[in-house]
Design a protein around this ligand. Structure first.
Ligand SMILES: *[C@@H]1O[C@H](CO)[C@@H](O)[C@H](O)[C@H]1NC(C)=O
Ligand SMILES: *[C@@H]1O[C@H](CO)[C@@H](O)[C@H](O)[C@H]1NC(C)=O
Ligand SMILES: *[C@@H]1O[C@H](CO)[C@@H](O)[C@H](O)[C@H]1NC(C)=O
Ligand SMILES: *[C@@H]1O[C@H](CO)[C@@H](O)[C@H](O)[C@H]1NC(C)=O
Ligand SMILES: *[C@@H]1O[C@H](CO)[C@@H](O)[C@H](O)[C@H]1NC(C)=O
Ligand SMILES: *[C@@H]1O[C@H](CO)[C@@H](O)[C@H](O)[C@H]1NC(C)=O
Ligand SMILES: *[C@@H]1O[C@H](CO)[C@@H](O)[C@H](O)[C@H]1NC(C)=O
Ligand SMILES: *[C@@H]1O[C@H](CO)[C@@H](O)[C@H](O)[C@H]1NC(C)=O
Length: 899
């Protein structure tokens, strides 16, 4: 044995002595060029560097895989890695022209430069990489057409050029790439027709051309091969009919052709596509009836035919579609009774029949064992009463029954639909009787519209239980008496109460003068207390709305119960089995002990903070090392059930490299608990710095705050660059290291709950109270502009030293509204900004004023008016350099009149 080792060892060393490593010079050059790549401390041969794979025989570099690391620099030296087969530089910050590599790299098979900032044309010389199988240039800033020389890439299997600004048409020669399996060119400015020749690409499985300006017809030929699985042509200018040949494509699972100009009827051959899962053809000019053959598509999950000219009835056979989750046929001319057969689809979550001519009454069985979340039946001819069984629809998020012929009373059972949150709209019917007090139990409801009915009596004071309410409409009924003092009521326009018999009080101009006066006066004594509750309520509205939606809470509750049970026992009687864990940082591997990590998180004593998505604990390792452990509270169920996926995601995040993004140093997963390990942050959180540290403990230090703001902005701009939208930006999630360098935390949750990754039709949206942009309540979508808003709130916090939500702002106001309203109240910037900072020097004051303008832009109510994060970084850097004069001028029309 010993002998063998010596032989192998001497063979290796002599190998090294005889031949120098072939790519030594090129890799040394690259290491110099790519700062922050993480090769700095790796002095051993390049074959052991992270992201590098070598040929085991001659030790030449075969693969370089460095995705999502925040890299930039000149990579033309890669042309010297003659043996390279795989090159993945996706999700970095490379810019300038696509590197040419000048026809070198004869063996390159996989090239992924997606999600960078490469600009200019696609170089023709890419056509010289004869062995290329996969080319991904998507999500860059490329312009011009698809170069003809790419037709030489005969072995190409995957071509992705989506998300650029490419123009011109799709060349006919694409049909000659006979090995092509994936072709995606969506979100460009391509025009012309879809070439008929694509039909001869016999291996084509995925064709995605959505959001271009393509014209002409959907070529019949593309369905001939029968291999196509995904076809996405949404949002173009396609005309003609849906070809009958579509039925030949037995493997087609996703067909999305909405937002075009298609005519004719949906061919009945659709029933031959046994694997069809998504069919989306909304916003076209389709006519004829809904083919009953859809019922043969056993796996059909989503059927969207909204906004067409469809006629006839909904075929009863569709009730056989056991997997159907969304049935959307709004804005057509369908008739017949409300298709109760669909209620047999046990998995149906969304039924949208709005704006058709459905008649008949609502079935008492409407929600037997139903998963319905959206019941949208407005603008039809439905008559009869609303059955009391509507209360069985316990999962409903939105109920729209407006503009029908409904009669009778509003059933009090609606109050049982505790999840109802997006809207309850019963307007434009013939409903009569009193308003059921039970509606007051709908504490998540955001929008209530009962207008244009024949409802009578008073507005019950119990309605104040609707803590989330933002929009109400009681107009055109027979209501009378005082409008209860409840901030959402008084904040709605008076027109929401017009046209009644005798409503009085705010927001109507008519005062309550009769015997109600006593009650009214009485109520006014309690006003300040109630107003505060209401303010919190209306703020909570958004919070509750957004955070409760779907995925999160089931797991959360279970986990909390579990952790409570554990906390009582202090330490689990037996350690959990099946612990999976990893420490990414080599130097810490010995020091971290997974059992100690788990034990630390079951003791409340160790809890440092409690966020929306995670609680932070301190954990002292047997080695003496102090680490920060974050216990995720609510993990997407699918993620827990796909532990491997979660682990992959965590490891990928562990590779994210930016000085202002907090990286975890490892993780521990057991049962459905996920713990993320972080290095201890010497200076706690920004929230702590701003609001909790004793006044005299630190000097007023505006420059520190400004550089923290710049750091946070840079971290966030980086995340947006690599397509990560943060879910929970707040000063409590910004950590400060021993040099007060800020690190943006809670990145993991943004990935693990990535709403765009889910198949659910609505996204899980959340955030911290006070930081949530107003539009989230309606859109239920986390967006980059939403992040900009939350950042603006953090910046205001730093400028004012005030909390984002505080009673001191007065009724209905949070920090944003308080600051934006300052000029209206005749206040000067000094009265808003923290005077302990702004009075220190003229220079500080000038910087703070300029930073205040940035914060105002970021917190604009209109998402489209907010600057991009990258722009925010630029502006703040200019603030720091005292070089803001030019953008103050250029942005004047956008800034608010406060200053
Ligand atoms: C990158 O470096 C090469 C030489 O190594 C040089 O020729 C080229 O101009 C550089 N490109 C850029 C964009 O600086
Ligand atoms: C780029 O495209 C290739 C080939 O289709 C694919 O394997 C790769 O995952 C894509 N890259 C990214 C970052 O999505
Ligand atoms: C395509 O884009 C390039 C670069 O932006 C431009 O020069 C060219 O005129 C465009 N071609 C057409 C046909 O629009
Ligand atoms: C659909 O299947 C039926 C019976 O299997 C067949 O007769 C018909 O030609 C098919 N239609 C298409 C468009 O493939
Ligand atoms: C339907 O879906 C299931 C599960 O995804 C799959 O196994 C099955 O093959 C599908 N059926 C058809 C006909 O494609
Ligand atoms: C409905 O959904 C559940 C879970 O989402 C799934 O397990 C089931 O297979 C689906 N189909 C039926 C017919 O229940
Ligand atoms: C519904 O409308 C159809 C015509 O579209 C009519 O024949 C039927 O009687 C109506 N049903 C009810 C209950 O009004
Ligand atoms: C309720 O529905 C009516 C008509 O369908 C619509 O005009 C109104 O805007 C809706 N109410 C709310 C609050 O969205």
């Amino acid at each position: 044995m010993g002998f063998l080792i010596i032989v192998v060892f001497s063979f290796l060393t002599s190998g090294f002595l005889l031949y120098a490593l072939p790519d030594e010079a090129a890799m040394a050059g690259l290491k110099k060029e790519l700062q922050g790549v993480g090769w700095d401390f790796q002095n051993s041969g390049y074959c052991s560097w992270v992201g590098v794979t070598c040929n085991p025989f001659d030790l030449s570099v075969e693969a370089l895989e460095l995705p999502r690391r925040g890299l930039r620099g000149n990579i033309s030296i890669i042309a010297e890695l003659k043996s390279i087969k795989r090159l993945d530089l996706s999700g970095n910050l490379f810019h300038g022209a696509v590197p040419l590599f000048f026809g070198s790299l004869p063996g390159l098979e996989f090239l992924d430069l997606s999600m960078n900032k490469f600009e200019g044309f696609i170089p023709s010389s890419l056509g010289d990489f004869g062995s290329l199988k996969s080319l991904n240039l998507s999500n860059n800033l490329l312009v011009g057409g698809i170069p003809n020389k790419l037709k030489n890439l005969e072995g190409l299997q995957e071509l992705q050029i989506s998300g650029n600004s490419l123009n011109g048409s799709i060349p006919e020669w694409v049909g000659g790439l006979s090995n092509l399996r994936v072709f995606s060119a969506h979100e460009n400015h391509l025009f012309g027709e879809i070439p008929e020749s694509l039909g001869s690409v016999s291996q084509l499985q995925l064709l995605n051309l959505h959001s271009n300006q393509l014209e002409g017809v959907i070529p019949e030929s593309i369905f001939f091969s029968g291999k196509l699985e995904v076809l996405v042509l949404t949002q173009n200018r396609l005309t003609g009919t849906i070809p009958d040949s579509v039925g030949k494509c037995k493997g087609l699972s996703s067909l999305r052709i909405g937002n075009n100009r298609l005519i004719g009827s949906v061919p009945s051959s659709i029933g031959n596509i046994s694997s069809l899962t998504y069919f989306e053809a909304n916003n076209n000019h389709l006519s004829g009836e809904i083919p009953s053959e859809f019922s043969l598509c056993f796996n059909l999950t989503l059927l969207n035919l909204a906004s067409n000219g469809l006629t006839g009835v909904v075929p009863a056979e569709l009730g056989n579609l056991k997997n159907l989750q969304e049935f959307i046929v709004s804005d057509n001319s369908l008739h017949g009774e409300v298709p109760i057969s669909l209620l047999r689809c046990k998995n149906l979550t969304k039924l949208d029949l709005s704006n058709n001519r459905f008649n008949g009454s609502l079935s008492e069985n409407i929600c037997i064992t139903s998963r319905l979340q959206f019941l949208l039946l407005g603008q039809n001819s439905i008559s009869g009463k609303i059955p009391s069984q509507i209360g069985n629809c316990v999962r409903l998020l939105e109920l729209q029954l407006s503009e029908n012929y409904l009669t009778g009373e509003i059933p009090s059972e609606i109050g049982k639909i505790k999840n109802l949150q997006i809207a309850l709209n019963l307007s434009f019917n013939h409903l009569r009787g009193l308003l059921p007090v039970e509606l007051g139990k709908l504490d998540k409801l955001v929008s209530l519209d009962l207008s244009n009915n024949e409802l009578s009596g008073t507005i019950p004071s119990e309605f104040k239980g609707m803590l989330s309410l933002i929009e109400v409409n009681f107009s055109n009924n027979q209501l009378f008496g005082p409008i209860p003092l409840f901030s959402p009521f008084q904040k709605n326009p008076s027109s929401s109460f017009w046209g009644n018999k005798g409503l009085c009080g705010d927001p109507l101009s008519s005062r309550c003068t009769d015997f109600y006066n006593d009650e009214y006066e009485n109520a006014q004594h309690k006003v300040s207390y109630k107003m505060i509750l209401a303010v919190i309520g209306s703020g909570l509205a958004v919070f509750v709305t957004v955070s409760v939606v779907v995925v999160l809470f089931v797991i959360k509750e279970r986990q909390e119960m579990k952790s409570k049970a554990k906390a009582v026992e202090e330490i689990p009687s037996s350690p959990p089995v099946n612990i999976v864990g990893r420490v990414f940082v080599d130097s810490l591997k010995q020091a971290v002990d997974f059992d100690s990590v788990i034990k630390a998180t079951v003791k409340d004593l160790n809890k440092l903070s409690d966020g929306t998505f995670s609680a932070a604990y301190k954990a002292i390792m047997p080695s003496g090392l102090l680490i920060l452990v974050k216990k995720l509270k609510s993990v997407d169920r699918t993620v827990v059930h796909h532990q491997n996926k979660m682990i992959r995601e965590l490891e990928r995040l562990g590779n994210l490299n930016h000085p202002n993004v907090m990286r975890s140093i490892g993780y521990v997963i057991y049962e459905d608990v996920a713990l993320l390990l972080h290095q201890n942050m010497a200076n706690g959180t920004l929230a702590h710095l701003l609001h909790e540290s004793p006044e005299d403990e630190h000097e007023p230090d505006w420059p520190r705050r400004l550089s923290i703001a710049i750091g946070v902005a840079e971290g966030l701009a980086f995340l947006h660059q690599v397509a990560i939208i943060h879910l929970d930006i707040s000063s409590g999630n910004i950590f400060l290291d021993d040099h007060y360098n800020p690190l943006l935390g809670e990145i993991e949750i943004s990935r693990l709950l990535d709403p765009s990754k889910g198949t659910a039709s609505i996204s899980a949206v959340a955030g911290s109270f006070g930081y949530i942009p107003p539009e989230y309540a309606y859109t239920m979508q986390v967006t980059a502009p939403g992040n900009v808003y939350s950042f603006g709130v953090v910046l205001l916090e730093m400028l004012t030293s005030k909390l984002p939500v505080d009673e001191v702002f007065g009724e209905g106001l949070d920090l944003v509204k308080y600051v934006h309203g300052a000029s209206g109240r005749g206040e000067t910037p000094e009265q808003i900004m923290d005077s302990k900072l702004s009075t220190v020097s003229f220079a500080w004051r000038k910087q703070m004023l300029a930073a205040l303008k940035v914060a105002m832009l970021c917190t604009d109510t209109a998402p489209s008016k907010r600057p991009k994060m990258k722009k925010v970084v630029e502006m703040l850097l200019e603030v720091k350099q005292g070089d803001w004069a030019f953008w103050l001028k250029s942005k004047r029309r956008m800034t608010h009149d406060v200053l």
